[in-house]
Design a protein around this ligand. Sequence first.
Ligand code: IVH
Length: 709
Amino acid sequence: MSLVEDTRELQVSLSGLTIDELSVEEARPLVDRLRSVVRQHDHQYYVLDRPVISDAEYDRLYRRLQEFEEAFPELRTPDSPTQRVGGDPIDDFEKHEHPEPLLSLSNAFDRKELREWYERCQRGLNDQFGAVEPAIVAELKIDGVAMALTYDHGQLEVAATRGNGVVGEDVTHNIRTVHRIPLRIPVRGDNGRQPPDRIEVRGEVFMRKSEFEAFNERLVEKGDEPFANPRNAAAGTLRQLDPSVVAQRPLSFFAFAVGPVSDGTPDTHREVLQLLDGMGFPLEEHTERFENFNALVDYCEGWAERRDSLDYEVDGVVVKIDRHEYREELGAIADAPRWAVAYKFPAREATTTLTDIVVNVGRTGAVNPEAVLEPVQIGGVTVSQATLHNEDYIVDRDIRIGDTVVVKRAGDVIPQVVRTVPEARTGDEEPWSFPENCPACGTSLVRLPDVADHVCPNSECPAQFRRLVEHFVQRDAMDIEGLGEKLSHRLVDLGLIKTLADIYRIEKQHLLDLDGFAEKSAQNLVAAIDASKDRSLSRLLFALGIQHVGKTVAETIVRHIRSIHALTEATVEDLNGIEGIGPTIAESIVDWFQVPENQDLVADLESEGVNVKRKAHEAPADAAADLPLSGCTVVITGSLPDRTRSDASDALEQAGANVTSSVSGNTDLLVVGANPGSKLQDAEEEGTRILEIESPDVFDRLLQEGIPS
Ligand code: IVH
């Protein structure tokens, strides 16, 4: 039976059951089945990334399991999917001695060193096996935290970090909250095997880049320090004493090896991976097996180029001899096996000279120092500028003009100056001090209390506006092709763009008057500007450049509002009530929409034809969104035929509406009965849709079909 069929059958047997009326013995088989079904859905969702039932259905099953376990605590098992929420905090980490040491890897930095490693392996095998070309398996080297998971009779017993390779730390309490790590190995895996009595599974715990960014945003929002990178975030999370904190954080896992296995290890690495897969462990999907060395080099060098396309940080390729017989023959030196090597991607750090420090005015007025560098290659990219963050960063590290500095680049992150190399000083280096005035408009800069940042307080500072335009047109925002940084700055400087809405008033002739534009290019740009009017509401919200409103925040908010107008009315409490939106963001948005110039801007953009309404794909995907009045704010006035007011209000709410007591710009519909009150006048003034309920039919149709178009 398929999982879906199995689930349906279970749902049928559960429906109409009153838990209180069951005996333990009657409940036991149901709980066992429920647990197994929920566990299989967890696997579909977290490991295979292929859920087969809706989130709402899953939630119902999960809650049912919780109810059963509450009613019959004796039926609760430690490997139940409900036991992932995090148990009690611990006082300290226990030590865990690894039954077999977790080795480290020696490195190869280029194809020559990779070849030397392979030839060493061949020589090492020569005595025993003759001239062989051992097959190799290549895996991406995940930049996270190594983990050893011991399962006893299929149950997760201990999860430990690598530590010094011999003794690690027991982090079982935290690992139990990671959905991608099975709490138990199913009795019969997909491959038909019984799980071994004891098996140690090894792999890497890490945080996906996308989840890391959203997680960091939440930390900042709460006033906490963000983590520098996903690796630190994963390591810091595993060191938490309170597992309920860990349960809130997005940890992921890939398995890549086994330690001791009670009924013996398979003959090849490839079979080890099959075994792990069959037992329900997530594997990194780009692993490849090579019979020949040249294809391996292409793989390694290809991934060095493409590593940023992955949603997790990888710092190299782990190359392993596939056959275990060969591995045994090769053995290990010190703490690294001879049968494996880490091909390390080119460093993302380089040393160069800092020739100057300039300050940059951002779109919100933040003034940040930036290093001008002697151009240097870092991981295939030429870097000539790097951020220095703020005044304290420079002072703390005693960074001077003329210094030799270490510059680092990670993923899409802006390059940064990490430290100076004081040994390289000649004595000619000059300390730098923060300018007193804004380089763009001359206004005295203000250093914010408690933080190290300077701002230009002039809201009309031309540099800020240039940055805002640049932000507005960028790919993640309104995505106006052909209107890049340089051109947008130029149009601002020429006075063609004085407010963001002016972008939509640019005509072909304006462009033809500029150097570098021909008929075709001018026409293309005007068309691109025009096309950007139809962008989604979340893009527009992000494009406005409101402080703290990044892409994720904008998307979150748009799931709760139907048009930009709702934000003009929103209070800090309204926004703060949205999950994922804290007080800082809420205040920032409310403040922005209270500024009259900003209100004018929104109206101006709308009258230029820019879309200000939520698009269907931005609405929440849950079942509630499918109701006829989902997302609609409705007000009632007067008495309705055949229904009391509270009855009508309940019915509207059941159809998905949000029923409020007074008309505002946020109101989508005023329902008018006999003898309406002053709300009718309010609605007429606001231009709100009005629906007169002349008969019960009209009201019923509203409930069934939503607001008539
Ligand atoms: S194999 C002896 N495979 O890299 C073999 N390690 O120095 C040792 N790592 O911290 C491990 N991805 O956690 C192996 N696909 C992979 C890996 C991997 C990441 C980490 C491992 C350890 C370090 C090895």
